[in-house]
Design a protein around this ligand. Structure first.
Ligand SMILES: Cc1ncc(COP(=O)(O)O)c(C=O)c1O
Length: 510
């Protein structure tokens, strides 16, 4: 099996991806037949002279895509693949040996990013996939009734080209909602409807940044934002996060005149902290003085469990430096692909032009149905129900994870749809995540969200989409795996007070 694997250490393609491609090709060509047992990650790594992490990451990807199956301790086997699956276009990743030529600089950057873009694309909605709401609780009947009503009386203006900024009644509803629930300063004219935060980020980068510009990026931070900036040729400046949010002192030392700062102040993604008022005011002062922009990504702050959602930083901005973005992906469902930007009045025209250049505008029927959904009170009702449900699901996760606390600490959080499960420091969280994936448990490693390495290791555990039984079952399955892996990988002395020390300090500070 190893004879066919030829890893090129000089290649820009990561070793794990080369290994993944080799094994995948061998499986698709039939060279590796269904049922064949693969060597353990340890033996594989030793024979190839690569780290165990490299092998675990390759296995994780192969597992996620259905090429291999198995259980920790019981071996990993080549899966039975039917031809329909093997030739499905969703598996058509670029062949590493035939990279397309004549791509633009931007195209080359996109290609280099494909690993992080494709990585979790095939993940089923299964514990603990982060970022997915309770899809089975969405009031589908109400939505389809509203949709049917619009189709019955299909107005020509909903069938024609629309305003690039979006459907006017929806922009009005959103402006009112943001003024009331987020203390924002905004008029409907400043609201631009987009297809989710991803497009909001892309448009913002097009309008405000040039290749080579520097931008402060939360570290750890949101991969979707990182990918937009990297593909636009932006020089990312990683800024560490502490319990008050973005560490501005580091930012000012590293790059005082960055053109932009990307932040998630209501619920830092993924660590979960809320940015303090002092930091918000300081960030706005910096932006005013340096002429920089602030992107406030307010992706899931509706889910605040002990109080009302927090006021947005945008509402404190009196000098027009803050660009706010919200999404319906978490409060309704991600496939809707609707979100919004709130931009300072003087930027509305340029953002509207950029929005039109992308894909003219978002689908009008969905916007009209969403407007009815909000104005008829269904939106608020759904939110209220989901707040109660997610608080219960979070509590279920924290409670179920108690027996794991020697290897994984899962502290609660006041906001959001995921928690961090902290592993002992120095443990390779990618390897842990890879081993869990072999068991069918999705728990992305914290290090995947980092720009700079850190000894703090963890797993990002989504809970919103899973009922308490699914959460308890997945934790139950996790216990023996974590015990074996963490103890093997780190051989920590559990009596050693430094075993969890920095993490404990961080947790108690919050
Ligand atoms: C930090 C952050 N922003 C935004 C989003 C939502 O992205 P979109 O609106 O493109 O679905 C997510 C989803 O996971 C997120 O984690």
């Amino acid at each position: 099996m190893l004879a066919g694997i030829d890893l090129d250490r000089a290649s820009s393609m990561p070793l794990y991806l080369q290994l993944y491609e080799s094994i995948r090709s061998a499986i698709l060509s039939g060279q590796l037949e269904a049922g064949i047992r693969l060597p353990s990650t340890r033996d594989f790594a030793a024979s190839l002279g690569v780290s165990r992490n490299t092998v675990a990451s390759a296995f994780e990807q192969l597992f996620a895509e259905g090429y291999i199956t198995g259980k920790v301790g019981a071996g990993t086997y080549v899966a039975q693949i039917d031809n329909a699956t093997a030739s499905s276009p969703s598996f058509a990743q670029p062949d590493s040996t035939q990279l397309p030529c004549n791509l633009s600089q931007r195209g080359m950057k996109m290609l280099a990013l494909r690993e992080t873009i494709f990585r979790y694309r095939h993940d089923p909605v299964r514990a603990f996939r982060p970022g997915v709401p309770a899809l089975d609780r969405f009031p589908v009947e109400i939505w389809s009734k509203l949709m049917a009503q619009h189709w019955r009386y299909a107005q020509p203006d909903l069938l024609s080209y629309g305003d690039p900024c979006g459907y006017r009644p929806l922009r009005e509803c959103i402006a009112e909602y943001l003024r009331l629930s987020r203390a924002m300063r905004c008029k409907a004219e400043q609201v631009i409807i987009v297809s989710g935060s991803q497009q909001a980020l892309d448009i913002t980068a097009r309008v405000l940044l040039d290749p080579g510009d520097a931008a402060w990026m939360e570290d750890p931070g949101y991969i979707g934002a990182r990918n937009v900036f990297l593909s636009a040729g932006i020089d990312l400046v990683p800024i560490p996060i502490d319990e008050q949010g973005l560490n501005l002192e580091v930012g000012k030392l590293k790059c005082p005149d960055a053109k932009l700062a990307y932040i998630t102040p209501s619920h830092q993604f993924p660590l979960g902290y809320t940015m303090s008022l002092a930091r918000r005011l300081e960030l706005l002062r910096w932006a005013r003085q340096s002429g920089s922009w602030i992107i406030e990504d307010d992706y899931d702050s509706e889910y605040r469990y002990q109080s009302q959602p927090l006021a947005a930083l945008q509402g404190l901005d009196d000098s027009g430096r803050a660009i706010y973005m919200g999404t319906f992906s978490k409060v309704l469902f991600p496939a809707l692909r609707l979100g919004y930007l709130v931009v300072p009045p003087e930027l509305v025209d340029v953002f509207a032009a950029a929005r039109a250049v992308c894909d003219r505008h978002s689908p009008l029927f969905e916007q009209a149905v969403l407007t009815d959904f909000i104005t008829e009170g269904h939106f608020n009702r759904h939110l209220r129900r989901m707040r109660v449900l997610y608080a219960q699901r979070q509590a279920a996760l924290v409670g179920a994870a108690q027996p794991l606390k020697r290897w994984l600490k899962v502290p609660p959080c006041q906001t959001g749809m995921h928690l961090i499960g902290w592993l002992p420091e120095g443990v390779d969280d990618r390897a842990v995540s890879g081993q869990l994936a072999l068991q069918g448990i999705i728990a992305p490693p914290l290090s995947a969200y980092r720009l700079e390495p850190s000894r703090q290791a963890g797993l990002v555990l989504g809970y919103a989409a899973f009922d308490t039984k699914a959460i308890a079952d997945a934790i139950e399955q996790t216990i023996p795996i974590l015990k074996e892996i963490v103890e093997n990988l780190s051989s920590p002395n559990s009596q050693d007070p430094s075993y969890f020390s920095a993490t404990d300090a961080l947790l108690s500070a919050s």
